[in-house]
Design a protein around this ligand. Structure first.
Ligand code: PLP
Length: 317
């Protein structure tokens, strides 16, 4: 593969088999972290910037701004650096220091919002900050991943298609929900091209996306403190909420026992697969999406002191 631009280096046909999670069935984990931006959000970033270009905005006079818990910011910073577009990433203390550093090294302005919103999260505070900047700076354009249909469309045309092309028959698809872009796009593709696939949305306990009560969360990626505009539950067969403690434990176990260093949201999605195992008929084909790898979480979910402070019952496991 020879790419013209760094953001074209997306490998959409990488799966690893994890059959032990559902004995008697085939379980495939789609690895989205093996691209230069390190996450599934590279495809989202390419699509959001292309949509802004197609809207006729003039670059570099137009400056882009986006709210991000980490991975989208890194991916956008990469795309914008390659295209010469100015970018501001509005993030919060849950974004890892490493993600913030990556955004800055790639040339983005990084703003960290410390004030929690009414749900105890940061999303509304980040959006309020952006709204204020937009009022004051007319050349600023908000990509708005929570409402922009370009995100789900990218995952319909790329991620969803790659699932079906890579595996053929799929009985169950487990997909995590942050902005719900990956979930909505894959669900749309699967409904059309693999209608028998059961689509299971996976979210963190404490997220309000599917109407649950808000609670404090520590792992970036999944969950919201404000329902995303692009969410449409029509194509979903089930919704599963997983505690952050279980997600962390799953990640740490897979690192030690399988050599798989995965991001926190992958642990969440795999917990949902494991919890469903008893209800999955033998011989099924199960796929789960792994949005990123674990090296961005060495100071958090793979750090004993950080984990012990939040979930003392886990460390030592
Ligand atoms: C690590 C991780 N997992 C999951 C997601 C959720 O993806 P989406 O926003 O498409 O729902 C994200 C999004 O930023 C992420 O960074």
């Amino acid at each position: 593969m020879i790419a013209e631009e760094v953001y074209d280096l997306v490998l959409d046909d990488l799966f690893i088999q994890l059959d032990q999670l559902v004995p008697g069935s085939s379980v495939f984990l789609k690895m989205e972290g093996l691209n230069p931006a390190g996450s599934v959000k590279l495809k989202t970033a390419v699509a959001l910037v292309a949509a802004a270009e197609n809207a006729g905005l003039r670059f570099p006079r137009t400056r882009l701004i986006e709210s991000t818990s980490g991975n989208l910011g890194v991916a956008l910073a990469m795309v914008c650096a390659a295209k010469g577009y100015p970018l501001t990433c509005v993030t919060d203390p849950n974004a890892t220091v490493r993600s913030r550093r990556l955004m800055a090294v790639l040339g983005a302005e990084v703003v960290v919002i410390e004030a929690r919103d009414a749900h105890g999260g940061f999303l509304q505070s980040r959006i309020d900050y952006i709204s204020e900047r937009l009022r004051r700076e007319p050349d600023l354009y908000w990509l708005n991943q929570y409402a922009n249909p370009a995100g789900p469309q990218a995952h319909r045309d790329r991620t969803g298609r790659a699932l079906v092309e890579g595996l053929g028959h799929i009985d169950y698809a487990f997909i995590g929900a942050g902005t719900t872009g990956t979930l909505m796009g894959c669900a749309e593709y699967l409904r059309r091209h693999s209608p028998a696939t059961r689509i299971i949305a996976v979210d963190a306990v404490g997220s309000v996306t599917f109407g649950g009560p808000a609670a404090r969360r520590h792992i970036p990626g999944l969950g919201t403190s404000r329902r995303p505009e692009i969410l449409d539950t029509r194509n979903l067969d089930d919704i599963v909420l997983i505690s952050e403690a279980d997600s962390v434990e799953m990640c740490r176990t897979l690192a030690r026992e399988r050599g798989l260093l995965l991001g926190g949201s992958t642990g969440t999605v795999l917990c949902a697969v494991q919890d469903a195992a008893k209800k999955i008929p033998e011989g099924s084909v199960v796929v789960a999406i792994s949005p990123d790898l674990g090296d961005r979480y060495l100071e958090t979910i793979y750090d004993d002191a950080w984990v012990a402070e939040r979930w003392p019952e886990i460390v030592g496991h």
